[in-house]
Design a protein around this ligand. Structure first.
Ligand SMILES: NC(=O)c1ccc[n+]([C@@H]2O[C@H](COP(=O)([O-])OP(=O)(O)OC[C@H]3O[C@@H](n4cnc5c(N)ncnc54)[C@H](O)[C@@H]3O)[C@@H](O)[C@H]2O)c1
Length: 376
């Protein structure tokens, strides 16, 4: 495990190290990319899809580095990927747990991402004999991981909502018309958050298409949406417009677009259709570099996912790094984490807007540089 001492990649573009997974006591295809280490620690989720590539995992690991740098958290970014359609998942995660055992015990905490459930995580943690409550040199966590993490399910949506409200307030927009693309865990929490603060949801999209109206009643939509974020078209509120046209969420007239679905939802082919002056990324790499450039050229502003959607990764990192005050009771601890995430997102959103107002081009590299120096 001598790689774990490596702190300086050969080039800033290179990850600290990449592990190719072939399986132990079974076969497996995948990777763990450790983009950066901070004091020997790194963390990130594991995704399992049939088409995941090393390049995709490396990009997501870099995103994790950026998230933790922006949040000032003392941990590096990592990500795992398993190539599988989910057949034989129990065996796959057992093999995965045996294979990544030295990484887990060596300071590389791996969690959940697309295609991986809390039950899958329990399988690979158990097979590796890994319990994040205990780590050499760190105080023990007094509660188990699920007790800590599961009440924080809406934390990502909360942070995305704070990013949106911060940017809207800076533009003196009191009651924005909002489109939420993706109505899963993140999209639903953001829609509730923004409606509660006087903004009007005028469009939501799921994998089947877009639903719009002058004012969509969020509670009624939540009541007809399943746990995977699919809205039942047979039980919709009255007076809504339904479209199955690709990317019809871009055609709804709005001040704010929240992207909370798949990667590269906003791309070079559809960015010209954007009508909102503000875009907030709830998903990871929700827009391509070309789309972001087009958006800037047209005068719109984008809050990237590495700032806005820190809630899930940040709250996990707060526990792994033992920053969270575990002596608080469960409700107070939850509020502490939500406040911490909200403060972090607000500060980063404000500072990003300030840099953007001062200089043309992408403001994110400058903010990363500033936060990197602050963290040391
Ligand atoms: N859940 C978290 O805490 C968290 C944290 C950080 C980032 N993210 C990212 O945010 C995004 C959303 O996460 P989630 O947990 O809400 O996912 P989810 O699976 O609960 O919901 C995804 C939603 O997107 C919709 N969708 C999928 N493809 C679509 C398409 N082509 N057009 C329109 N809608 C489409 C689905 O129907 C569903 O409503 C993902 O990219 C995820 O990786 C999630």
């Amino acid at each position: 495990m001598s790689e774990l001492a490596t702190t300086e990649p050969e080039s800033p573009q290179d990850p600290a190290f990449t592990v190719h997974l072939n399986g132990s006591g079974g076969t497996l295809k995948g990777w763990v990319v450790v983009d950066t280490l901070y004091d020997g620690l790194a963390m990130g989720g594991v995704r399992m899809t049939p088409g995941v590539t090393e390049e995709e995992v490396a990009g997501l690991a870099r995103d994790m580095t950026q998230k933790f740098t922006l949040a000032g958290l003392p941990i590096g970014g990592a990500k795992g990927g398993i190539v599988s359609d989910g057949t034989d998942r129990e065996e796959t995660f057992r093999t995965f747990g045996r294979t990544v055992k030295p990484l887990l015990h060596g300071g590389i905490h791996l969690g959940i991402d697309m295609g991986v459930t809390p039950a899958d995580r329990a399988v690979f943690f158990a097979e590796a004999g890994y319990d994040p409550r205990y780590r050499l040199g760190a105080p023990d966590m007094p509660i188990d991981w699920r007790t800590y993490y599961e009440p924080l399910i809406d934390c990502t949506g909360h942070g995305v909502g704070v990013a949106a409200v911060t940017a809207l307030e800076a533009n003196q927009t009191e009651s924005a018309r909002v489109v939420v693309q993706g109505f899963g865990a993140v999209g639903r929490a953001v829609a509730r958050f923004l409606e509660d603060r006087g903004h009007v949801i005028v469009g939501v999209a799921d994998v089947d298409g877009t639903i719009s109206a002058d004012r969509l009643p969020v509670a009624d939509l939540l009541a007809v949406t399943d746990e995977f974020g699919r809205i039942d078209r047979t039980r919709l509120p009255q007076h809504v417009t339904v479209s199955a046209e690709p990317d019809a969420w871009l055609d709804v007239d709005a001040d704010l677009l929240v992207l909370a679905a798949q990667k590269h939802a906003l791309n070079a082919d559809n960015a010209h259709r954007l009508r909102a002056g503000l875009v907030v990324e709830g998903g990871n790499i929700a827009s391509t570099a070309e789309a972001r450039e087009k958006l800037r050229a047209s005068g719109s502003f984008l809050v990237p996912g590495v700032i806005a959607n820190i809630g899930g990764a940040g709250s996990a990192a707060l526990a792994v790094t033992r920053v969270v005050p575990f002596d608080l009771g469960s409700q107070a601890r939850k509020e502490w984490v939500f406040d911490w995430v909200g403060d972090c997102v607000r500060r980063n959103t404000r500072d990003l807007m300030e840099i953007a107002a001062e200089r043309p081009g992408d403001p994110l590299p400058e903010l990363l540089d500033v936060r990197g120096k602050e963290r040391g």
